[in-house]
Design a protein around this ligand. Structure first.
Ligand code: PRT
Ligand code: ZN
Length: 285
């Protein structure tokens, strides 16, 4: 039987979360010891465990049908693959940073400077696009110490909280790209594999939607219902049910995580009471 081969990182920042999302999609893996391959007992899928840097090429060659990798690694590899879905974890950015005492006057600062990075291709496109003639010095690992030891004038590296930069006496001056884990697809899949990919993707999207949305219930005075409903779009529209007490209704809806606090603020302002927020186990989109 045809199986979808999905490459994920063997061990590192993406590993656990890649396995979590697959497991939340109801896909059981046997032989989860992460040796080389795991099979699923209830879905036509096989996991290949690889170094993240190798994943785009394996997917491009069709050795893996799909892969989960940071967008930064995908962009650096330069393969032309389809991003099937952005997965919302391992968020970070690739930024230029300089010693904190530097008087920084914009990207022209980098003209004639030496920049250390493990991402030469992404950096080169940025420099070319902005017509900055700078020298790229490629190093793998510990890029953040390059300026301190006199190897470079600036660095171009992954930033998440920013604390690595601070503890190395650096400041972030240009954010060049944002990154998160993405699901890549091989252009070489046959029809059967594309079908399995479709089902896999449907399940992933269900998991992502459930993660990104909350179910909300509240009591609303009837004379404020219109205002309250206007901030609660819901999947189609909110459910409104009369309460036993005269003049009040119970309102049920779904709220996106991104708008959550803003919506709660408005609901309170409009007189909503007894607001309950409940996680969604599965949301079919
Ligand atoms: O062994 P393998 O090659 O598979 O793994 P790896 O060592 O190359 O990668 P890994 O596991 O470190 O990271 C995998 C992916 O996670 C990266 O390609 C990014 O897409 C993503 N990611 C998210 C991060 C970070 N956040 C992150 N903070 N990758 C690295 N960092 C490092 C960064 O290099 C810097 O040293 O953390 C430091 C910065 O963090 P802050 O919080 O101090 O700013
Ligand atoms: Zn790597």
């Amino acid at each position: 039987m045809e199986k979808l081969k999905i490459a994920i990182q063997k061990s590192g920042r993406l590993s656990e979360k890649s396995l979590d999302i697959i497991s939340e999609a109801g896909i059981n893996l046997v032989n989860g010891s992460r040796k080389l391959i795991s099979l699923s007992s209830n879905f036509p899928l096989e996991i290949l465990y690889l170094r993240d840097d190798d994943i785009p090429q394996y997917v491009a060659d069709g050795v893996a049908d799909a892969g989960i990798v940071g967008e930064n690694v995908y962009m650096e590899a330069g393969n032309q693959l389809e991003i099937l879905e952005r997965l919302g974890f391992a968020r970070c950015r690739l930024s230029l940073a300089v010693p904190k005492s530097t008087e920084y006057n914009g990207p022209v600062y980098f003209a004639g400077k030496k920049i250390a990075t493990s991402y030469p291709n992404i950096l080169q496109s940025y420099l070319t696009e902005n017509k900055i003639p700078a020298e790229i010095h490629v190093i793998n690992g510990s890029v953040e110490i390059a300026t301190g030891i006199g190897l470079a004038d600036a660095i171009f590296d992954i930033v998440s909280s920013g604390s690595t930069l601070i503890s190395n006496g650096l400041k972030e001056v240009e954010r060049v790209m944002n990154s998160e884990a993405v699901l890549l697809a091989s252009p070489l899949m046959n029809i059967k594999k594309k079908e399995i990919t479709g089902e896999f993707l449907f399940r992933l999207r269900t998991v992502l939607a459930s993660r990104n949305n909350k179910y909300i219930l509240l009591n609303a005075p009837n004379d404020k219902l219109d205002q309250i409903i206007s901030v609660l779009p819901g999947m189609k529209s909110p459910t409104v049910l009369p309460l036993a007490i005269e003049g009040w209704s119970s309102v049920h809806s779904v709220v996106n995580e991104n708008d959550f606090w803003q919506v709660i603020g408005k609901l309170r302002e409009y007189g909503a009471e007894g607001i309950l927020v409940i996680p969604i186990e599965k949301m079919i989109v």
